[in-house]
Design a protein around this ligand. Structure first.
Ligand code: ADP
Length: 265
């Protein structure tokens, strides 16, 4: 605990009286530390692609000026690195929008079954490209929760994209929606929206840290697949805003399941 101690003379004339104030500064210090870590991480995340960009531009202007094959190769790398920075900026904007919006915009009734099917349909072409099979299971009856439709779409998109990025190729990805209305055992927990994959899984000690900004199990792999390290931080913020919970289960060698549990009101 960090204390700030200050003293003030509050004596009425001719008397001695001092007021000593102890302020607990722990939360303020922690917030400052989190901000400093964030800026340091972000600078590093931007610096890495920028260094590559500048290096390849220099090579194109100098040694590779007249080498047609090298030029095509370097331009492709430049495009990829610029794309990576664009993703990072998009994710940063999403994160700050979610943080700013917390509790401000009222939640509206959202049809989760329709939303799930629509997100899956949008991601289908990408899944086909990656040879992943998206399996969807939603109840026939409507499942309505109070929510922000744009943000809930983003939650599901991020989870399915992660399953495609880290879930091993050629494997099934199961997206399922269950509601306590149809499964009384869930009555106390709420509506569950889960994404399961059959990829390599995640070792237990990483799991509590996955939703930290820029935390990655394998930074190299994350960069390779176009990750920014912010996807699950965004998910966590959105789920909190909906007073829900994010449950992560994983078994190394078998796969992972990310479940969003939302209250039904
Ligand atoms: P990124 O942009 O790197 O994907 P995320 O915040 O979405 O960042 O995820 C954080 C890390 O969690 C990833 O870098 C990856 O190591 C791990 N991860 C996320 N989803 C999965 C999954 N389905 N299977 C295995 N690892 C995963």
């Amino acid at each position: 605990t960090t204390w700030r101690v200050s003293a003030r003379d509050v004596a009425p004339k001719g008397r001695r009286r001092v007021l000593v104030v102890f302020e607990d500064m722990t939360a303020v210090e922690e917030a400052g530390q989190i901000r400093r870590d964030f800026v340091a991480n972000l600078s590093h995340e931007l610096r890495t692609p920028l260094t590559a960009l500048l290096g390849f531009v220099e090579t194109l202007r100098g040694p590779a000026k007249d080498d047609e094959a090298a030029r095509a190769r370097f331009l492709a790398i430049i495009a990829r690195e610029a794309q990576r920075m664009a993703h990072l900026v998009d994710d940063l904007l999403s994160l700050s929008r979610v943080e700013a919006d917390e509790r401000r915009r009222p939640l509206e009734p959202v049809d989760l079954g329709a939303l799930t099917s629509s997100v899956v349909a949008t991601l289908e072409p990408l899944a086909r490209q990656k040879e992943a099979h998206l399996q969807v299971e939603v109840p026939e009856a409507k499942v309505i929760v109070p929510g922000d439709p744009g943000q809930l779409r983003q939650v599901l998109t991020n989870l399915i994209e992660n399953a495609m990025k880290y879930g091993g190729s050629g494997e099934d990805i199961e997206v399922s929606l269950t509601s306590p209305e149809f499964q009384p055992a869930l009555r106390r927990s709420g509506v569950c929206l889960s994404v399961s994959d059959h990829g390599p899984g995640i070792a237990a000690h990483h799991i509590p840290r996955l939703t930290e900004r820029f935390y990655r199990v394998d930074a190299h792999r994350s960069r390779e697949v176009g990750g920014t390290g912010l996807g699950l931080a965004i998910v966590k913020h959105i789920v909190n805003r909906h007073r829900g919970r994010l449950r992560i289960e994983s078994a190394v060698g078998h796969g992972s399941r990310f479940t969003v549990v939302l209250p039904v009101d």
